[in-house]
Design a protein around this ligand. Structure first.
Ligand code: NAI
Ligand code: MG
Length: 514
């Protein structure tokens, strides 16, 4: 692209979010290490673009082992005092950090939309709000780091367990919901007395660094560190660092498996939130006024389908198939693609060329499948603004066999397949016929059927007559190849960010013969 073309589209973005662009330019080349926004040790950087128009919004440091070491050392130094601060005092600091983010929310959500291409009104604003809420929640739960007393056979022996900080926690996050996933790792880890180093995703580093900059002002230096870089050269040495005692990751299955492998030699616990190929199921007796909008909400179309819980495999009973498909298609036409920073936009841009190409590749397979029908979408927009960015419309296809890659792989784009069914047993077997086991949604008025589905479906996040996104205070995590461990609720803090001692104390009361 010529320089004049870059200048022109930069002007377009500046017009809508001048202050957000000032933030990404100010944070260009920077990290958060030891309480300071500072230059990286490495001179290498990579470009970060706004997916809506491909404008370069800043340069992020391409950290390698030197910057990893500096961040982990800062976290290890801060740990000595942080873990000794009373838990509720740590929680109060986190709540002040949440207040500070709230005071800057307008700018935070704009930087988020600029970094990710997610629409401001439908995605970036609610994600910012739920990130503030989750930080506050874990701040308030810090006093719940309670052990247990264990009944003893000997009345002289007091037996109990403790809940202690593990140490330095490494978090590796993706780009699809970067603020919420950052907070989901940082807030429980810090509340529990750990210190943290987060590696941002290369596609969306600035929104996280900006959020961390704001939160850091309320925290002692070195407690929260944020670095950027690529997986192999930055993420791997971070996981392998000997001072890192806990790893938490959200992203793809192969990278999750690799990370578990890097952590294995030092027996370092790992929490993994990986992918999904989730069923949305409509029974013949379902309330279609709930099910039809539910399928659309479940597909996370307004996040371009870039969600691990996206209900990408829609199973519809044959008796209501035509009605459901018609209803969904009619509503997809109302979803407005547009500039992510524009309040009128429902659906923004796919994060990157790589992810757009991934969608295009699966669409080619779909289009070449005999009997396949593109019910909606399926072509890149030709509008002059939209054709400059990584936009792709909400897309619905049927006639794809369940064993096709299109029905088996996580596309992570705005593409759903619809499959008719007549037998409940066969449908459940198909729904479970995937290596993943993350989320599942079913619509029915039949309580017995609903409970049978809950029992038989292989998924960690199961909903009936709705399909909301994961949220604060609701424990969330996958079965099968979708992950290891839970997030977003008290149990994630207590079970995944603490270690426990079992203590037996004999009070040594003098016996009767002494
Ligand atoms: P990814 O899993 O490659 O990247 C996620 C994070 O892991 C990034 O911060 C990346 O730098 C880091 N990473 C990559 N390789 C690493 C390594 N060897 N060691 C340590 N860290 C490493 O995901 P990517 O490439 O962004 O997306 C590819 C696919 O992954 C998507 O199409 C989607 O299917 C899935 N995905 C799932 C997510 C979820 O929420 N479960 C989030 C993002 C992607
Ligand atoms: Mg990758």
């Amino acid at each position: 692209m010529s320089n004049s073309a870059i200048a022109e589209i930069r002007l377009g973005a500046e017009h809508l979010a001048p202050d957000a662009l000032s933030v990404t330019r100010r944070l260009s080349g920077k990290l958060l290490v030891d309480g300071e926004i500072r230059d990286a040790l490495t001179n290498e950087t990579f470009e970060v673009i706004h997916p809506g128009n491909l404008a370069v919004i800043g340069l992020a440091p391409k950290c390698r082992v030197e910057d990893v070491n500096a961040a982990v050392e800062a976290a290890a130094k801060a740990l000595v005092t942080w873990r000794k601060i009373p838990a509720r005092e740590r929680g109060r600091m986190l709540q002040k950090a949440a207040d500070a983010v709230e005071a800057n929310a307008k700018l935070v959500e704009q930087v988020l939309a600029l970094d990710t291409g997610n629409a401001l009104r439908t995605q970036a604003r609610p994600e910012t709000a739920s990130s503030i809420d989750l930080t506050r929640m874990f701040g308030g739960l810090a006093g719940e780091l309670k052990g247990e007393t264990i009944p003893s056979a000997n009345s002289d022996v007091l037996q109990y367990t403790t809940r202690d900080a593990i140490g330095v926690v490494a978090g590796i996050i993706p780009w699809n919901a970067p603020l919420f996933l950052f907070v989901a790792k940082v807030a429980p880890a810090l509340a529990a007395g750990n210190t943290v180093v987060i590696k941002t995703a290369e596609q969306a580093p600035f929104c996280v660094l900006y959020l961390a900059e704001i939160m850091n002002r309320e925290l002692p230096p070195g407690v929260l560190n944020v670095i950027s870089g690529y997986g192999e050269e930055c993420g791997k040495p971070l996981v392998e660092h000997s001072a890192v005692r806990k790893v938490t990751f959200t992203g793809s299955l192969p990278v999750g498996q690799a990370i578990a492998g890097y952590a294995a030699p030092k027996l370092c616990p790992v929490t993994l939130e990986l992918g999904g190929k989730n069923p949305s199921i409509v029974m013949a007796d379902a309330d279609l006024d709930l099910a039809i909008p539910g399928i659309i909400e479940g597909m996370r179309y307004t996040r371009q389908g870039q969600a691990c819980t996206a209900g990408t495999r829609v199973f519809v009973h044959q008796d209501v198939y035509e009605e459901v498909v018609e209803g969904v298609v009619a509503r997809l036409a109302d979803i407005k693609l547009g500039n992510p920073l524009d309040e009128a936009t429902d659906m923004g841009a796919i994060i990157s060329e790589e992810q757009l190409n991934r969608t295009l590749r699966y669409m080619e397979i779909a289009q070449a499948t005999p009997g396949a029908r593109i019910l909606f979408g399926g072509e890149r927009p030709t509008d002059p603004y939209l054709s400059k960015g990584y936009f792709y419309p909400p897309t619905l296809i049927d006639g794809i066999p369940i064993e096709s890659e299109v029905c088996q792989d996580e596309i992570f784009g705005p593409v759903a397949t619809v499959l008719p069914f007549s037998s409940f047993d066969d449908m459940i077997a198909s729904a479970n016929d995937t290596e993943y086991g993350l989320a599942a949604n079913l619509w029915t008025r039949d309580l017995a059927r609903a409970l049978e589905y809950v029992e038989r479906i292989e998924a960690g996040f199961v909903q009936v007559n709705q399909c909301v996104a994961p949220r604060s205070n609701v424990s969330y995590g996958g079965l099968k190849m979708s992950g290891l461990g839970k997030e977003y609720a008290l149990d994630s803090m207590v079970h995944h960010f603490t270690c426990s001692k079992t203590v037996l104390i004999n009070r040594g009361t003098p016996g009767p013969n002494v």
